[in-house]
Ligand binder design. Sequence first.
Ligand SMILES: NC(=O)c1ccc[n+]([C@@H]2O[C@H](COP(=O)([O-])OP(=O)(O)OC[C@H]3O[C@@H](n4cnc5c(N)ncnc54)[C@H](O)[C@@H]3O)[C@@H](O)[C@H]2O)c1
Length: 461
Amino acid sequence: MRIAMIGTGYVGLVSGACFADFGHHVTCVDKDLKKIDALKRGEIPFFEPGLLDLVHSNVEQGRLFFSGTLYEAVRAADVVFLAVGTPSRRGDGHAVLSYIYEAVRETAAAVDGFTVVVTKSTVPVGTGDEIARILNDERPDADVVVAANPEFLREGAAIYDFKHPDRIVIGTDNERAKQVLADVYRPLYLNQAPIFYTSRRTAELIKYAANGFLATKISFINEIADLCEEVGADVQDVARGIGLDNRIGSKFLHAGPGFGGSCFPKDIRALIKTAQDFDVDLRILEAVAAGNETRKRAMARKVAAMLPGGLRGKSVGVLGLTFKPNTSDMREAPSLALITALQDMGAAVRAYDPAGMDEAQGHLQNVTLCDNAYACADGADAIVIATEWEQFRALDLERLRDVMASPVIVDLRNVYRLEDMRRYGFHYASVGRAPVRFANLSEEQLEELISGSELAVKDPT
Ligand SMILES: NC(=O)c1ccc[n+]([C@@H]2O[C@H](COP(=O)([O-])OP(=O)(O)OC[C@H]3O[C@@H](n4cnc5c(N)ncnc54)[C@H](O)[C@@H]3O)[C@@H](O)[C@H]2O)c1
């Protein structure tokens, strides 16, 4: 199969490289020429585990190509995947579809022979109809079918997810298109990944409904976490206790600072907007979206509550900036709202992320960027674990405590056990669990300790 992948971002590059790895001939196209030049030099524009090797090996074996223009690639293609961005429109939250339609118009000018044009981007219901209309208007002679094939990969585990999907959703009623896409996905099908054929509109909605449901699960456990803190229950045990029920399942029940990333927030906004256009209220998702936004800033108040006297004049180190581990993606990362709120409350912020430092520079102002976790903690009155990178799970707690101005940790990902925090003498808050207040100090003693000098509390009991 000859494939043209239009848009070489996270989804386009991962999908293109994986399709090439299946044995297809793939050209990844992007109008960002810097990106294409970097890819041609063998550089990957973002961090994704395993992607560098996958791209290199498929380029070397002559199956994966990069281009700044789509004409040749589309002309030769059996299948054209659209993997351009569909960000939120400022102001109302609708999905921006101009990148899709621009790519479709260019595609229309180039198609030759029977071609399946497939949306891999997340697009609102009815976008496929509009794409078909544009193609038909611009090239009534063309033998083209439009199908939907939403992508469910997760950043940070993108290659694994692409190669081991729970399902492949293909939205088309056209038998020829079904056959072509079955051929494209044959290696996965042979691996038992179910292909689920449905109508184009249904496929478009499946993607939004999936993200909406997952975000709802996260928001649900976050609210339960807030209740746990008030009633003295442990959210991790609650999550386990409900997750063991097969009807509920254990995934996406990790309480934290609220969801972010390139998909959930924008897709929920877009789904709500689509529903409103059809006079349908999605009240659950409206609550999810609103609650998630306020939650990110509320995490700064959690930090303030751990420092007597509040945040003014304090130094706070933030560990983890990307919206999740194993990616360099900072889009709508909870750390951004958290850091702004910390600064608004008067704190000086230091930060470190294992892969997101370059990305972060474009998003953050007046933040001291550090080279590692200990440099970030150096002189800090508190550190906040905002993203659960593996390396933050096994910090040298003694070293950390010794470099800090006061031993305060706010763990927004619940990566540490309460007993460890107790043992190492930390004043520790997490999400949905009782805080650890070391040494049973009074507020006055605590204040003295935190604003004072001698802070190495070796024996918290
Ligand atoms: N990132 C994810 O984890 C993920 C997962 C599933 C689905 N999606 C969806 O996939 C789509 C792409 O997401 P992404 O994260 O890969 O976006 P991205 O911003 O990383 O990449 C999009 C790329 O498209 C390019 N582009 C835009 N218009 C173009 C045109 N006319 N011709 C050629 N290139 C063009 C841009 O330059 C950019 O490189 C979105 O709809 C997103 O919602 C993303």
